[in-house]
Design a protein around this ligand. Sequence first.
Ligand code: MLT
Length: 309
Amino acid sequence: MRNQFRFENRTLSFLDSASSPSDLGQDYVPATPGHPNAAAASGTPPADAALSSSPAHVLVFIHAFPMNAAMWEAQVASPPPGWRFLAIDLRGFGQSENDTVGTARHTAPAIDDYARDVLALLDHVGVFDAVVGGLSMGGYTAFALARLAPARIRGFILSNTRAEADDEAGKKGRQDTLALLDRGGVAAVAAEMLPRVLGDTTLRGRPGIVERVRALIESNSAEGIRQGILRMMNRPDSTPLLSTIARPTLVIASDEDRAASGGQAHVMHRGLANADLVTIRRAGHLSNVEQPEQFNDAVHRFLSTHFGD
Ligand code: MLT
């Protein structure tokens, strides 16, 4: 279920619904050899390309800040027939190493770095294109993928996220979080974020989920979190990109989200040419963790509507 691979100077980790080659189906189409975008991220041939078969379709989930791939466990555990679900630990989160390990970094951390991790994962599993599903910071990464490698994205799930860049107040909030991280470490960031990323229904009545999310945040390194803040703060406005995205897209909002508003979901829905909009009930920002059944229903319906055989 959990796997890892080397990309540039670090190990990246991911969850995979296909835990062994024998779990895989019979419709595998390898990445197009020699295609200009194939292996663009890593420059290396797909390490798993030797697997003889796999389900026809792949979906890669990209986690929120400051979470990791484990937030997608309820999704990776139940892909619909014909689908292989992957969830990546972006560099510096979960079990993926940061890119400062063993090397000096000469460029400023950018959201595009995370997009390159996702492309490297596609290369690693030998898949040319996939649906990408990002929640919040994962959505910012999905937009970076739409800019960097549009041909490799079959569709998007943009959950509890926004197209806009940080405004001045947003950037000030990032500086405050950096200062909190310096003062109090990862536990202080977790304590501050829980009431922001969980909805009232969860906060009042589901202590198991609250503690699980706290543990998930606290399992990340301070350096990974610090670089995540910088990458989000530096990200460009993706609003102009919306009208260029023609791939099927599912926009997901939730009714108790304090971190990404329904208004921001409507901006994306209106700006995209081919988008469905679903609102998850009794969920805050982490809609897939708080209401996995509703979330999975919406995703599975979207996949069968737009990619059904
Ligand atoms: C997230 O959940 O990824 C964060 O809320 C994103 C952000 O802080 O902009």
